[in-house]
Design a protein around this ligand. Structure first.
Ligand SMILES: Nc1ncnc2c1ncn2[C@@H]1O[C@H](COP(=O)(O)OP(=O)(O)OP(=O)(O)O)[C@@H](O)[C@H]1O
Ligand SMILES: [Mg+2]
Length: 334
């Protein structure tokens, strides 16, 4: 996807530092990693890196690596020849080829398989790769930007991310501060998003927010960061009835209702597949028993999710990396 540069708002010192670092990084031709919690603006920074770079007139290709299973992701990135796998009817140009002379943004880079990481390492070192099903070596000149919300050095220590690729990508690392660390920006961003919605609603001007709403916005911790703030503000402005009155509706949780269904689904399905903890039939070794129980729980959850690790992680309410860590601990990695 080719993107246009979007407006980026913020005045807090920690944010301005990031903007300065981004401008500097845009000038060099090296890989950059953009790290930050969910909704902190990683995509915006990635597109800024491209549009401020000497490559700005070339393609800016964006791939969400978490959205595709491993096999399809490889074909998406490197392309394939006709018949290289079941369903590959025609030849396909990969994203690395499409981004030649431009920038390739690999979002959620931590979810890429170790095999694909190996191929990416080769591209970053020699600019060479092969389409799936082909022996022909192709060249590409791509600037790589990777983004993730996980701790990549930890993932590398756990064997889930290649150390050599990490070193190669981490020539510049931009770590975005969460909204709670840039409180000065909360109201500025809220005004920006509010004005946009007011325009959409054809209001003549935006009346701002009530003091109470400002206090509440300032004291909330915003776990979902800027995306969450944007949603909350949009909800507030959409529900406001009078365009002359400061907006005062702060609904942080739209699901909040006395009639909200009780949490059942995950519990029921998980319990169905969860092993029963051993009966207390005599003296037990607490840690050893827990280990056995944990391993069985993981095995059953994997089975229930057809051994798809991402689905299993969601099912157990673990992050992908937490699950991989547990699988490794119990020697369950294939
Ligand atoms: N500084 C900013 N100014 C204006 N809008 C912003 C800013 N930062 C983020 N946003 C908006 O907040 C939303 C989330 O930003 P973005 O998608 O870049 O976050 P992200 O870190 O990539 O999130 P995720 O980890 O969930 O992929 C988007 O709608 C984006 O336009
Ligand atoms: Mg993102």
């Amino acid at each position: 996807m080719t993107c246009e540069q979007q407006i980026i708002i913020g005045e807090s010192p920690s944010f301005l530092e990031i903007i300065e670092q981004t401008s500097k990084a845009a000038g060099h031709n090296r890989s950059v990693l953009v790290i930050g919690e969910r909704g902190t603006g990683k995509e915006l920074i990635a597109s800024r890196l491209h549009f401020l770079s000497p490559r700005w007139e070339q393609n800016f290709i964006q791939v969400n690596c978490a959205a595709l299973p491993d096999s399809l992701l490889e074909s998406e990135l490197f392309g394939h020849e006709a018949g290289s796998f079941t369903g590959a009817t025609g030849k396909r140009i990969g994203r690395f080829e499409e981004a030649d002379k431009g920038t390739l943004f690999l979002d959620e880079i931590a979810t890429i398989s170790l095999t694909a990481q190996e191929k990416i390492l080769r591209i970053t070192e020699y600019g060479t790769f092969q389409r799936l099903g082909s022996n022909k070596t192709l060249h590409t000149d791509v600037r790589l930007i990777g983004a993730t919300n996980i701790d990549l050095p930890e993932a590398a220590d756990l064997g889930e991310f290649r150390h050599d690729l990490l070193d190669r990508l981490a020539l510049d690392v931009i770590t975005l501060p969460p909204l709670r660390a840039r409180r000065e920006d909360i109201i500025i961003l809220a005004l920006h998003f509010g004005q946009k919605i007011a325009q959409e609603r054809h209001w003549h001007s935006f009346p701002g927010y009530s003091e109470d709403m400002i206090d509440k916005m300032m004291s909330y911790t915003w776990p979902g960061n800027i995306r969450e703030l944007k949603n909350v503000v949009e909800r507030g402005v959409y529900y406001a009835e009078d365009e002359h009155e400061p907006v005062s509706q702060l609904n942080l949780d739209p699901f909040n209702s006395p009639y909200r269904p009780v949490k059942q689904r995950k519990k029921i399905t998980t319990i169905e597949h969860a092993p029963r903890p051993p009966q207390d039939t005599g003296p037990l070794d607490y840690h050893q028993t827990l280990e056995i129980y944990e391993k069985e729980l993981l095995q059953n959850a994997l089975k229930a999710n057809k051994f798809n690790q991402r689905h299993t992680a969601q099912y157990l309410n673990l992050s992908y990396h937490q699950l991989r860590h547990q699988l490794k601990k119990h020697s369950l990695l294939g």
